[in-house]
Design a protein around this ligand. Structure first.
Ligand code: TXA
Ligand code: MG
Length: 349
């Protein structure tokens, strides 16, 4: 299959092009599209064959449920059993935006889309191209992140084509994404909402609307044999090919420790890499040193992290060290992804 790539500028959306993309979805095909978080691999959420194709294209186990993307609040009722009051409040505050909520599903959503579950994850993205595309596609687009399973989520169209060219009908290239990490997931099916995956919408932001919000116990920890409640979180996601170690501690000691380890690993024949920050990166002696941005604004780190992990793969780096990041605000989502990428391998100094 030849994959067509179309360029769509969020500021001057060409509806004609998105109509063609929408037709592909309606005919049961697959289209990757930009959102404000990461690129999604879209298919018709109400068509079981489309969901099967998504799993196949991604190389993903089919027990890992997909997120259904909508573009209008009035479309929600058709795919869920009921809309709890708390969900209405969160939608009012954070939709369209980087928040996914889990509901009891209605009969309209096939089990192929929900990985066999009776619940469904729903998100209304804020990216204008995504919203127009979803409308043209009939209103319900199932989309996981548009990477091959086991690779970092794509933050630009180039990475989507790297992973999926020849496997899907179309890629909508909308340039680089704004946030760079996947949406916050909140389970609304229980009395008290529970955060299953941290993201740009933080616990504090959710609590400012709802009062108290819980966190899934397995979210930031090594799993200890416990099944996480978002099935996708159990897979070894976001893992670079090289061995990744996070080093946590006071800045001077972290740079000194990492440099010592780098010298040693180089002698053993490793190609070494470092993820640092703007103020520290020049001090490292790794073969490939990349700054993830500024510690003063961890949103910059969120935006760069997946690109950096992919580049280490491309450059065939075999041993990587990363500085640790603050777990406040978006930093929690950064650390959640980094810990997964490192297989929870962290050194405390
Ligand atoms: O930002 C995002 O959420 C991106 C963009 C494309 O919207 N999408 C994304 O999808 O990250 P994906 O498939 O890579 O991650 C979806 C996560 C998985 O961990 C999955 O297990 C969980 O959501 N999930 C989906 N439906 C669920 C459900 N009914 N119950 C619990 N977890 C669910
Ligand atoms: Mg994913």
């Amino acid at each position: 299959m030849e994959t067509r790539v179309i360029q769509v500028d969020e500021q001057h959306i060409q509806t004609g092009l998105l109509r063609q993309a929408g037709e592909i979805i309606k005919a049961g095909g697959l289209v990757a599209f930009p959102t404000e978080t990461v690129y999604g691999l879209g298919g018709d959420a109400l068509n079981p064959d489309s969901s099967r194709k998504i799993y196949e294209a991604k190389g993903r186990p089919s027990d890992n449920p997909l997120i259904v993307h909508i573009c209008r609040m009035e479309d929600l009722a058709y795919i869920v059993e009921e809309i709890p009051e708390a969900a209405l409040k969160l939608a009012e505050a954070f939709w369209p935006g980087p928040l996914t909520m889990i509901f009891h599903k209605s009969a309209a959503v096939p089990h192929e889309t929900t990985g066999g579950l009776d619940t469904v994850a729903v998100r209304m993205p804020s990216h204008k191209t995504a919203l127009s595309f979803i409308r043209e596609a009939g209103g319900y687009v199932a989309a996981p992140s548009a990477n091959r399973s086991g690779r970092p989520s794509p933050t630009c169209a180039k990475y989507v084509t790297e992973d999926l060219a020849g496997r899907i009908e179309m890629v909508i290239d909308g340039g680089g994404v704004e946030i760079g990490l996947e949406s916050t997931i909140v389970d609304m099916t229980e009395e008290d909402p529970v955060i299953l995956r941290p993201g740009y919408i933080t616990k504090e932001m959710l609590e400012s609307v709802l009062g108290s919000v819980r966190e899934d116990r397995t979210m930031m920890s090594d799993l200890n044999g416990q099944a996480p409640r978002a099935p996708g979180m159990k897979y070894r996601h976001y893992a670079p090919k090289g061995i990744l170690t996070i080093v946590d501690g006071e800045e001077e000691r972290v740079t000194a420790y990492i440099n010592e380890r780098l010298d040693c690993l180089k002698r053993e024949g490793h190609k070494t890499g470092v993820i640092g920050t703007d103020t520290t990166i020049a001090r490292y002696r790794g073969d490939v040193c990349k700054s993830a941005g500024s510690r003063d604004d961890e949103r910059t780190v969120a935006r760069e992290l997946y690109r950096i992990l992919r580049e280490f793969d491309d450059e065939e780096v075999t041993a990587i060290f990363s500085e640790s990041f603050d777990t406040a605000g978006i930093g929690q989502a950064v650390m959640n992804r980094l810990l997964k990428a490192a297989g929870h391998h962290i050194v405390y100094l």
